[in-house]
Design a protein. Sequence first.
Length: 208
Amino acid sequence: MQEQYRTVARAGVHEIEISKSRFLCALAPAATEAEAQAVIARVRKEHPTARHHCFAYVLGADGAVQKASDDGEPGGTAGVPMLQMLVRREVRYTVAVVTRYFGGVKLGAGGLIRAYGGVVGEALDAIGTVTRQRFRLAAVTVDHQRAGRLENDLRTTGRAVREVSYGAEVRIEVALPEAELPAFRAWLADTTAGTARLELGGEAYAEV
């Protein structure tokens, strides 16, 4: 698994106008191709009179799935520059849909490439991106007497506490970078006088 990846911070739309043509770039997070296609379909429905709805998306933390469409624009002038912008910015799990309302002035191949790639770049700047890091999930089980202080210590030292469950003992779920596990084991034993138990689980990505 990739250690980290960048993705769009939220769904949003950014618009530019070039030679009377309007280019509206909708960016959205997408975990699967089905989600990406749903975003594309929604944008088409929102702008039924627009001439073109070109799109590009990159899925997978390693960017393994990439797809682009010119949707009627001259070949290679829309979807490809949009995809290249996403790849150049190292953005993953993101779909971009650019809706064009033709303004009557032809831009030429070079102009279209600059417009479609450019509006995606501007949209990424305007909407923003976040970095998601790979973490190992772990559960710390401790007695009630030490739980409150341990939870506070975990939070104040910057560990990602995901959930706290109370039963006969207290179970605190945390997310840790893999490289920090040995140091965390030692810190936990020292902090709880060796009374806490640590169980390692699977892996997940979380925003940093």
